[in-house]
Design a protein around this ligand. Structure first.
Ligand SMILES: NC(=O)c1ccc[n+]([C@@H]2O[C@H](COP(=O)([O-])OP(=O)(O)OC[C@H]3O[C@@H](n4cnc5c(N)ncnc54)[C@H](O)[C@@H]3O)[C@@H](O)[C@H]2O)c1
Length: 266
């Protein structure tokens, strides 16, 4: 039975992806900052009828020792790591660059960018020993070079994640490791992430204009997770991009916006 590890998976997209993996009988190790939240998430996962097992492991992705421990914990419980998803992420306060503190900038880059880089590096070492495995990183606003006020540092990290993931895939291919590396592009999801900055440290008050765009382009994370996981399960290609909100889908959503009565914020 295959084993999946997802960082930042006590809620949001991470937890929803875990549910779909469990429905497909894959063993799981969910990990996040807080043990109680992980225990609650595990309870939820265990309500799903499945032959697989669910492990939990506290891991702050800004600490490489925590990531090493997550790898060790998974190997001990399940022997192998088949799929690793660097999913942990935080949003930034909705401010221009010069109004952000250095601490706020560090936190976003340390979690969203460096956390995924170190996670990929450490699990790559392990997967090379196994001679197989798949690593996925999550794209986000900025990955396609889009820019907007209040998302510049987050966008910097996601633009870099895209480059980093492609570079890792190329190195994996050139070194003939047999490990596949890919990008998951979830579009816009209605999770705590869109209204909370820096973990849950600060609230973001969404403008009416932003809410309108989210109502058109956004989806609940369970819908996106089903699509991403089903595609990961059949993907055998290195450097794949599994994309939920394609340009075509976004254009269609705008064209049919007049018929769309969704209101995620009522
Ligand atoms: N929500 C969106 O619209 C959206 C869009 C594109 C990409 N994404 C990306 O999807 C991923 C998941 O986002 P989400 O919407 O589910 O957010 P979320 O806030 O619901 O979940 C993020 C999880 O990451 C955890 N986390 C935060 N800091 C961590 C750390 N240092 N170490 C370990 N875990 C940590 C949180 O505790 C939380 O459980 C993120 O990478 C995010 O950038 C989100």
């Amino acid at each position: 039975m295959k084993t999946v590890v997802i960082t930042g998976s006590a809620r949001g997209l991470g937890l929803e992806m875990a549910k779909v993996f469990r429905q497909n009988n894959l063993n799981l190790v969910i990990s996040d900052l807080n043990k109680e939240n992980l225990e609650k998430a595990k309870e939820e996962l265990e309500k799903i009828n499945s032959d697989s097992k669910v492990g939990i492991c506290v891991c702050d992705v800004t600490k490489s020792s925590d990531i090493e421990n997550l790898i060790k914990h998974t190997k001990k419980e399940f022997n192998n790591i088949d799929i690793w998803i660097n999913n942990a992420g935080v949003n930034q306060p909705e401010k221009p660059i010069w109004e952000l503190t250095e601490k706020e900038i560090d936190l976003v880059l340390d979690i969203d960018l460096k956390g995924a880089i170190i996670g990929s590096k450490l699990v790559m070492e392990e997967m090379i020993k196994q001679k197989q495995g798949a690593i996925y990183n999550i794209e986000g606003y900025g990955s396609n070079d889009a820019k907007m006020l209040g998302l510049s540092i987050y966008g910097t990290s996601k633009r870099a994640i895209t480059y980093f993931t492609e570079a890792l895939a190329k190195e994996s291919e050139e070194k003939n490791t047999g490990i596949i590396v890919g990008k998951l592009s979830p579009g816009i999801m209605i999770t705590d992430f869109i209204t909370n900055a820096l973990g849950d440290k600060e609230k973001i008050n969404l403008s009416e204009k932003t809410k309108k765009v989210y109502n058109i382009l956004g989806d609940y994370p369970d819908v996106v997770a089903k699509f991403l996981v089903e595609n990961m399960l059949i993907n055998t290609k290195n450097n794949a991009k599994i994309e939920w909100l394609t340009n075509r889908k976004a254009a269609w959503r705008f064209m049919t916006a007049g018929f769309n009565k969704r209101d995620f914020f009522k």
